[in-house]
Write a protein that binds this ligand. Structure first.
Ligand code: SF4
Length: 365
């Protein structure tokens, strides 16, 4: 299979679904980690193709959704400083902070700009030497190398008006936290293919070994997801727990070593708070001491932000696979993409947004 169309081929998808039915003899709960995979599942109705014994639950792999409320509040506060240009990915503008969001701050006159990469933010800093440019650097291992490269470049150029508000998170510690939780129901994981393109499969071996849980690195097209489910079911039904790679067209065992090297040069692993979920040990990245001059938290002395999630939002349970978005009383009523209460309704990778776009009818049931 070389071309995208083949990964959306209905005939191949139905053949895989039939094979899954043939191999399934009892109930299994599987989690796809990445929000991009969740959107594929909802968009193509993959969960409806599976036997009723298989439940797909949705994981915490939506970078916008897990960016802490405090970080959003800090970004809003920074954006209101007339000396600051706050640069962010577009998704982050609608993410609700505790009292406002960046979109509203922009409407109030804050200089908030959308960028598609951190390199664009570096360019904005170069062109505005009299302003302080802050890039809201969020995401998983997928975006960290590009942000590390931007920090490296800014340091090399001696830019003194550029910094990062960092909220980088790592997938393997999140899986570990899910597995040690007494509420965990997940018996097999579809690991995120794009993260593994950077980090390789190797990081997941210890999880398989420590928890005796099968993990299949999966892609993002319907055939990818179905094949990954089949690989998990084969293992589970056989009583096995192995690491397998379905996404071989992009993911190797070692991953992208130069990308890992630049990440390691600029960032170090640190404890990290995940929005809705709480702190997870050693699950984030922060700038190394050599890059302290590019760390907005230190440059602007941003401390003392502690805020609570809106009580109505059950995103913590959604992100841990304990509830579905349609279990939330606010879903599609008080919480919509136009008026989101929680981040999973905003992001293009959010589970609540996926259900809203593709499965709203489920609420009526
Ligand atoms: S529907 Fe809205 S309020 Fe409910 S969990 Fe999702 S984001 Fe939170």
């Amino acid at each position: 299979m070389k071309y995208l169309d083949e990964y959306r081929d209905e005939r191949i998808a139905r053949a895989l679904a039939t094979e899954i039915v043939q191999h399934t003899t009892r109930p299994w709960v599987l989690m796809e980690i990445c929000g991009g995979q969740t959107h594929t599942i909802m968009r193509y109705g993959i969960d409806e193709l599976l036997p009723r014994e298989i439940e797909l639950v949705h994981g915490p792999g939506c970078p916008v959704c897990v960016t802490p409320l405090e970080t959003v509040d800090k970004a809003i506060e920074l954006s209101l400083d007339p000396d600051v240009i706050l640069v962010s990915y577009g998704d982050m503008l609608r993410v609700p902070g505790s009292r406002s969001d960046l979109f509203r701050a922009k409407a109030q006159g804050a200089d908030v700009r959308i960028a598609y990469s951190s390199t664009e933010a570096v360019k904005i800093a170069r062109s505005n030497p009299g302003r302080k440019v802050v890039f809201l650097a969020i995401g998983f291992e997928t975006t960290a190398p590009a942000n590390a490269m931007a920090a490296w470049q800014a340091r090399r150029e001696g830019l003194t008006n550029f910094s990062f508000l960092v909220s980088h998170v790592l997938v393997p510690p999140a899986i570990r936290a899910l597995m040690v939780s007494h509420t965990n129901r997940v018996q097999g994981f579809i690991a995120p293919g794009h993260v593994c393109t950077v980090m390789g499969c190797k990081e997941y071996e210890s999880l398989v070994r420590d928890f005796c849980v099968p993990i299949v690195v999966g892609g993002f097209e319907p055939v990818d997801i179905l094949e990954a489910v089949l690989m998990l079911i084969r293992q589970l039904e056989a009583g096995e727990a192995r690491l397998e790679n379905q996404y071989v067209r992009s993911v190797s065992y070692q991953g992208n070593v130069p990308a890992q090297q630049i990440m390691a040069e600029v960032f170090e692993i640190a404890d990290q708070k995940w929005r809705g979920i709480g702190p997870i040990p050693q699950s984030g990245l922060r700038l190394r001491e050599e890059y302290a001059a590019f760390d907005a938290d230190r440059v602007f002395d941003l401390g003392g932000f502690t805020v609570d999630e809106p009580a109505e939002c059950i995103s913590a349970q959604v992100l841990q696979g304990l509830k579905k978005p349609t279990d939330c009383p606010a879903f599609g009523m008080r919480c919509t993409p136009e008026n989101p209460l929680g981040a999973p309704m905003v992001s293009t990778e959010g589970a609540c947004a996926a259900y809203y776009h593709y499965r709203r009818h489920a609420v009526a049931k």
